[in-house]
Design a protein around this ligand. Structure first.
Ligand SMILES: NC(=O)c1ccc[n+]([C@@H]2O[C@H](COP(=O)([O-])OP(=O)(O)OC[C@H]3O[C@@H](n4cnc5c(N)ncnc54)[C@H](O)[C@@H]3O)[C@@H](O)[C@H]2O)c1
Length: 670
């Protein structure tokens, strides 16, 4: 009997069907195109978690969910009420990692944190912790049983099982949505997800390392500030006071835009079609004003801009309407971007002009083909408007949401740099090509983060202070100073949503040394245990030609070797858990991305892992960027070779003179 052959499985008794809390956002029905045979297969698949005594009842529930939601979420298995990342001591487990990871999973599903908590979606419209609540319960049971000599394998949310390993091995190895090349597209993915065999992990959703929109505030702040320096000629010691920034999206990650713009000193208007998301950001103080009037939104922003005062006005409406209005009124916009979920424009990520948010949800359900046509039309016009602003001197940048790719996919070839296809990128460089890549990633600066597992704000204060102290005494360039200011003011800027976490851009050495300092503080009893991680959106973690690796110009931008090596190397060096995903922030087939979590328990074992793994995790990216002939990466790699001459060695490129190459080609032709 199968049930007697497993000691870890869901409880025999079915849980009570939980009540849904009013006012919590729900995911729209998901696209699937399933045949009757597919539907039967999806139900068969979901029933694998269920004791046969309950198959008749649960088959009906699953069939109903598939019909109404397009996916089987197994709502009955969701624990009742609010989930959140509790203090680590309140979790059961046989090792600290097993308990710490439960904190991170629950934080990703917190009503205050997650985009669609009932559908296990953390952010980015479709980024899920796992596929269904049966998996959630089972993963939890495994994490409670996990010892420090076992590794839990999680494939697209499904806990495959516990396998014997050793104390320096990862405790959990996660993969999400990895597909075989021929099938690696959205359509096949949607079918696989509906069948219950594929999870869209986005980045830190399925990588269990999301820390609320704070995670992206620092990156957005850096991007805006550096865009101002590079494109508007703002001196390095000044901010964006007196400048206007316009964008769209106040959702999971895009919700950071208003806050980041205000910290950078700008006046900002952010369009958002979903009023409930404006509610969240307004209540948190992440936008300063809200209105559904174009006139009022514009006036507030212009008044603040004139006075040199920061503001973030949430305009409840469509970004295309806002752009039309600003253009008509002759308003000059300094910086412009977009953060709608254009990596999944046809699945609800982009609300077309002319439809309200409610109409968009209804049309997605009733007429997905018709919806596609609306999206395409709106994207064409949206792009047209951006071009008009560009002609008047606005700096537009694609902020990694695949906006320009979506415009191209909707049929606009002129958006491509080569006028034909997307192989050479788009006419507007992405923020990584222009800003984040050369100024940060090529040096190794990226989104290092940590969470205080005690949930005590005083632990976070102490770690903030220790990190600020480290940077203050290692101030080499303006990036260090920016990061110092960021972490010095982090508490004042009230960035925490959910567990007590912090993001701080750091390079390889900064990450390692700050991590070692934190582990020492845990050892000395100054703070409780801490978990380190990072966004996948980093120097070495992600291969994504339309985003993270868009400033790789040696032709290798379409390869996924780096992210895979980064993940394998982190496994080899003993990170507590590691994740490798398909899709990330740019969509299925467009990225391979990975991340990690590392639990600091104060031990010497952890010191050893940190010394090996932290530099690797970043330097794999610097080394690859250096090999692509990126100047700042070459300088950083050369410096690393000197500093670590006894243990590490990076291959550096000889850079050929372009004229020598051209002359050689001409000689052959002749
Ligand atoms: N560059 C980065 O570092 C980075 C990081 C995270 C996410 N992203 C990308 O940014 C995008 C947004 O991520 P998210 O987590 O905020 O997703 P989200 O789906 O939670 O938020 C997007 C928001 O845009 C709103 N919206 C959609 N169409 C609109 C329109 N036409 N006008 C006004 N508002 C509109 C939606 O209502 C939603 O609230 C994703 O594509 C994601 O991959 C980029």
């Amino acid at each position: 009997m199968i049930q007697d052959a497993m000691t870890i499985q869901l409880d025999y008794e079915l849980p009570e069907y939980p009540a849904f809390v009013e006012g919590i956002r729900r995911a729209p029905r998901r696209e699937s195109h399933m045949t009757e045979a597919d539907k039967a297969l999806a139900i068969q698949n979901a029933l694998r978690y269920i004791h046969p005594d309950h198959h008749e009842q649960m088959a009906k529930e699953f069939a109903q969910e598939l019909e109404t939601r397009g996916r089987i979420y197994g709502y009955r298995f969701r624990p009742a009420g609010k989930l959140y990342g509790k203090p680590i001591d309140e979790y059961k487990g046989n090792c600290i990692e097993g308990r710490a990871i439960q904190v991170m999973i629950d934080n990703n599903l917190d009503f205050d944190v997650a985009l669609y908590p009932y559908e296990l979606t953390t952010y980015g419209e479709t980024g899920q912790v796992c596929q269904n609540w049966m998996q959630y319960r089972l993963i939890k049971k495994y994490l409670e049983a996990l010892t420090d000599e076992q590794t839990l394998v999680v494939m697209s949310g499904h806990p495959l099982g516990l396998f014997h390993s050793h104390k320096l091995a990862p405790r959990v190895v996660i993969t999400n949505g990895l597909m075989v090349g021929t099938f690696d597209d959205q359509e096949h993915f949607n079918r696989a997800a509906a069948l219950g065999v594929a999870n869209y992990g986005q980045m830190t959703a399925g990588g269990w390392m999301y820390i609320g929109p704070q995670g992206i505030v620092h990156g957005t702040f850096n991007t805006l500030l550096n865009a101002g320096r590079l494109k508007l000629g703002i001196p390095k010691d000044k901010d964006l006071a007196g400048r206007l920034f316009v964008s769209a999206g106040l959702g999971g990650m895009s919700g950071a835009q208003g806050k980041a713009a205000m910290i950078a000193g700008a006046a900002a208007i952010i369009a958002e079609v979903d009023d409930s998301r404006i509610d969240t950001r307004y209540t948190q103080g992440w936008v300063s004003h809200r209105t559904a009037s174009l006139e009022e939104a514009t006036q507030i922003a212009l008044d603040h801009q004139k006075a040199g005062e920061p503001c973030a006005v949430a305009y409840n409406g469509n970004i295309v309407d806002l752009l039309e209005y600003l253009y008509e009124k002759g308003v000059h916009v300094d910086l412009m971007s977009d953060q709608t979920s254009c990596h999944v424009p046809y699945d609800g990520g982009y609300c077309p002009q002319g439809l309200t948010f409610a109409q968009r949800t209804e049309m997605l359900d009733k007429d997905p083909e018709g919806f596609r046509a609306w999206v395409d039309k709106s994207l064409h016009h949206h792009y047209e408007m951006i071009c008009k602003f560009h002609e008047q001197g606005t700096y537009f940048f694609d902020y990694g949401n695949s906006f320009l790719k979506a415009v191209y996919d909707s049929g606009v070839k002129s958006v491509c740099k080569n006028g034909e296809n997307d192989l050479d990128g788009f006419v507007f460089p992405s923020y990584v090509e222009d800003i984040l890549g050369p100024q940060l990633f090529d040096f190794g600066y990226g989104p290092f983060r940590w969470c205080c597992l005690s949930r005590k704000p005083e632990d976070l204060d102490k770690t903030d202070a220790a990190a600020a102290d480290y940077i203050r005494t290692h101030n080499r360039r303006y990036q260090d100073y920016d990061n110092y200011v960021w972490v010095r003011d982090a508490k004042k800027n009230k960035l925490v949503v959910g567990t007590q976490c912090r993001i701080l851009y750091q390079d390889a050495m900064g990450r390692m040394n700050i991590a070692l300092k934190f582990n020492e503080m845990v050892r000395n009893g100054e703070i409780g245990p801490v978990i380190l991680g990072r966004d996948h959106h980093d120097t070495g973690g992600t291969d994504a030609p339309f985003r993270e690796t868009s400033n790789i110009k040696d032709g290798s931008n379409i390869m996924a070797d780096m992210a895979t090596q980064c993940y394998a190397g982190n496994a080899a060096r003993g990170m507590s858990y590691i994740a490798l995903h398909n899709g990330g922030g740019t969509g299925i087939g467009r990225a391979i991305n990975g991340g990690f979590g590392m639990v600091l328990d104060g031990s010497e074992r952890v010191d050893t892992i940190l010394r090996m793994a932290m530099p690797w995790d970043t330097m794999v990216g610097v080394a690859r960027r250096s090999w692509a002939r990126n100047e700042n990466a070459m300088a950083t790699a050369a410096e690393y070779n000197k500093q670590f001459k006894d243990t590490d060695h990076i291959t550096l490129p000889y850079v050929a003179d372009a004229q020598v190459v051209e002359a050689a080609l001409r000689a052959v032709e002749a």
